[in-house]
Design a protein around this ligand. Structure first.
Ligand code: ADP
Ligand code: MN
Ligand code: MN
Ligand code: MN
Length: 337
């Protein structure tokens, strides 16, 4: 009787930023298939998802990946349901309206590797600062790249797990990194970002290193914050073929700035200042190749006859990709060719 370890992963009910939880279920003679992952329950009163006198919440498996770091193991992404089977209010995945996987998403997840003893990023000397920004973005060498062994290990684990990571890079601040994940289908993109987040936290844990998802962990000092640019497309955007159509899509975002910012991550106002390659949180703009715009029209779009994808640069590193995708879909769906 082979015993498999299934790590059930879910999002808790913490506000304003949900965090990851997981627990292990042992299954004998497991097929490895999603449909053979049973529903499971947990104590919602310990995760701010239920009251103590009625504490059971349900975990509904939605995606499964092999777990390369453990023997005979799987990572099972789940969504949280109330005891009656309805989606829990913390469940952003259930709010996605993309039944046909028409929407494609490429998220660029930025984050800091964090030294909990100094309460500073890796590479920051205790009580001081490293050299100013400049050498760190895509840098190499012990003066520029901090924590590469963790990042490399994470990349290998993600790829072995079957996550569609498209690339990684060292970012503009010391100790700051990025990975990109692309998927056809908003739910799959969200599942994969959350599992990749889980895996970087677990990988870094073994080194005694933390992951800081805050969009501006160094406050208003001259250090970049972390975003999670959302690159997106649907059939319309992929085949638009005209500047007018693409601008119509961009304009659809203008009247709903507040609705978008509401789900783009807590404390994003500290990051979207208009400096450090961001647009001001109070303004809406778009432009070709413009990294200071809310929405960037990639030069790819222009060189491909105004068909392709758009980049919303506003989502923060701590945003929920499910809620971000759900909101983008809602806005783009209002546009007709
Ligand atoms: P940059 O750092 O220049 O903003 P990246 O190369 O880090 O760009 O990220 C670009 C992202 O765009 C990638 O994650 C890629 O998967 C995504 N992307 C490319 N084509 C599409 C498309 N048609 N729909 C959605 N996302 C796309
Ligand atoms: Mn990038
Ligand atoms: Mn980046
Ligand atoms: Mn980008």
């Amino acid at each position: 009787m082979a015993a498999s370890k299934l790590e059930y992963i879910w999002l808790d009910g913490y506000k304003p930023t949900q965090t990851l939880r997981s627990k292990t279920k042992i299954i004998h003679d497991f097929s490895g298939k999603l449909e053979d992952c049973p529903e499971w329950s947990f104590d919602g009163s310990s995760t701010q998802q239920a009251e103590g006198n009625s504490s059971d919440c349900l975990l509904k498996p939605v995606a499964i990946f092999p777990d390369p770091s453990r023997k005979d193991a799987f990572l099972v992404m789940t969504e949280v349901l109330n005891a009656d089977g309805t989606p829990h209010e913390s469940n952003g995945r259930a709010t996605i309206e993309d039944e046909t996987d028409e929407f494609w998403f490429g998220f660029e997840q930025e984050y800091f590797l964090w030294d909990h003893e100094t309460d500073k990023p890796l590479g920051f000397p205790d009580g001081g600062y490293p050299a100013p920004q400049g050498p760190y973005y895509c840098g190499v060498g012990a003066h520029a790249a901090f924590g590469r062994e963790i990042v490399e290990e994470h990349l290998d684990i993600c790829l072995e797990a079957g996550l569609n990571v498209e690339g990684i890079n060292a970012e503009v601040a010391a100790g700051q990194w990025e990975f990109q994940i692309f998927a056809k289908g908003a739910q799959s993109a969200g599942d994969q970002i959350w599992v990749a987040r889980y895996l970087i936290q677990r990988t870094a844990e073994a080194y005694g290193v933390g992951v800081n998802w805050h969009p501006k962990p160094l406050g208003n000092l001259d250090w970049n914050g972390s975003g999670m640019h959302a690159n997106f497309s649907n059939e319309l955007i992929r085949t638009a073929g005209s500047k007018e159509t693409i601008e119509k899509v961009c304009e659809a975002f203008r009247p709903v700035v507040d609705e978008h910012i509401a789900v783009y991550g807590a404390d994003n106002d500290q990051r979207l200042t208009g400096d450090h390659e961001t647009a001001s949180i109070n303004e809406f703009s778009y432009g070709v190749s413009d990294r200071g715009a809310s929405i960037r029209i990639p030069v790819y779009m222009v060189s491909h006859g105004w068909s392709g994808y758009l980049e919303d640069r506003r989502p923060a590193s701590n945003g929920d990709p499910y809620k971000i995708a759900a909101r983008i879909i809602k806005t783009v769906k209002t546009v007709k060719a």
